[in-house]
Design a protein around this ligand. Structure first.
Ligand SMILES: *Cc1c(COP(=O)(O)O)cnc(C)c1O
Length: 353
């Protein structure tokens, strides 16, 4: 029996619950209409997206496509490290908490060195001081040598590094010979929030490799790994293939990117998601007993709800994560989140309090 197609209620668990945006679906279908084309990325769609990325970043970057963010991060970090190296990240970094040891596995053992990050307005962010302290903590042969700093933009706690903050971290890293990787699963939301040139937030600020998230921005599937320093991408194609991340029908991962990049749809999608988070934040502020932890900078809202509220919301079929110490809930907005969905959710929260 075929599944019934009815549109489900919009949820707030993650921005990867949404489907693909019409622009990426359009290019997906266009790529399909081209019939037989070369496989493994030797097609004109893939070449066009790589060219569009070079224009977007005003740089001769080397671009690869993989199925998901875990692979993008793990393989990018592995390309920057030897097995005896270490990678500095924040204690809430996705690479540390949500990738099942992928970065360590694909690098054959590079250790993640975790820095505690502050609460408050810079929640989830590394600082140059924290990075430097970890770099200088041990200099002896018995400890893995720090080789990479990885930052997440936007962070796992919904904050956004400013260009200056990124620059300060990359300066600290480079002063000690470390490379810098950016987990940009929500890079679009950060660029939309800052209103800056994507080049200013990446290579011009000292980032060597960006994992540019497409999935949460409106693609059906797929992330781009963007190397701003081509020396670092030597043999990366082999890594991607060995990891089982080389799509034979590559055009279906690459072509939808044209829909995001054309007319800056990626930014429009991100701006919309960010605006919906702002709307939810405003709605929550009007509900007694609900405490938003901070004003949203991008598309995540964090709030603490009175005891029992989350449970009651779940019983009514609402889905969201509660993983912040102290019972905070995370509500994510997506490219397609409708204002009415925000309002309905806020009404449900107010009733459940
Ligand atoms: C979603 C996400 C990823 C990618 O996760 P996958 O499920 O492997 O695609 C990576 N980093 C961050 C911060 C994320 O939120």
């Amino acid at each position: 029996m075929m599944p019934r197609v009815t549109e489900n209620r919009q949820q707030f668990a993650s921005d990867n619950l949404a489907g693909m945006c019409p622009e990426s679906a359009y290019w997906f279908n266009l790529a399909n209409a081209s019939g037989h084309v070369p496989a493994y990325g030797d097609d004109e769609w893939t070449e066009s997206v790589c060219q569009a990325m070079r224009e977007l970043f005003h740089a001769d970057c080397d671009v690869y496509f993989v199925f998901n963010g875990t692979a993008a991060n793990s393989l990018a970090l592995a390309s920057l490290c030897q097995s005896y190296h270490s990678v500095i990240c924040s204690h809430v970094a996705h690479v540390e908490t949500d990738e099942c040891g992928g970065p360590e596995f694909f690098s054959n053992g590079s250790k993640l060195l975790v820095a505690e990050t502050a609460d408050g307005e810079d929640a989830g962010k590394l600082t140059p001081e924290a990075v430097e302290a970890l770099i200088l903590k041990r200099k002896d042969i018995h400890y893995p040598k720090p080789k990479v700093v990885t930052l997440t933009q936007t962070t796992e706690l919904g904050t956004v590094y400013t260009v200056e903050q990124v620059r300060a971290i990359t300066d600290a890293a480079k002063a000690h010979g470390l490379r810098v990787h950016m987990d940009g699963a929500r890079f679009a939301n950060a660029v939309a929030a800052l209103g800056c040139d994507p080049a200013d937030l990446t290579w011009r600020a000292g980032v060597d490799v960006l994992c540019f998230g497409g999935t949460k921005n409106g693609l059906p599937v797929g992330e781009a790994v963007v190397f701003f320093d081509r020396k670092l991408s030597e043999d990366f194609a082999y890594r991607v293939k060995q990891a089982g991340q080389l799509a034979s029908k590559m055009r279906f991962i690459s072509a939808p990117w044209l829909g995001l990049l054309e007319d800056d749809t990626w930014l429009a999608n991100a701006r919309h998601a960010n605006a919906m988070a702002r709307r939810l934040y405003e709605r929550l502020q009007a509900i007694p007993g609900v405490e938003a932890l901070r004003a949203p900078e991008a598309n995540a809202v964090f709030a603490s709800l009175p005891p029992g509220t989350a449970q009651r919301l779940r019983e009514q079929g609402w889905s969201f994560y509660e993983f912040i110490a102290g019972g905070g809930c995370r509500f994510m907005c997506a490219w397609d989140t409708r204002p009415e969905s925000i309002d309905a959710f806020a009404v449900a929260i107010a009733a459940a309090v």
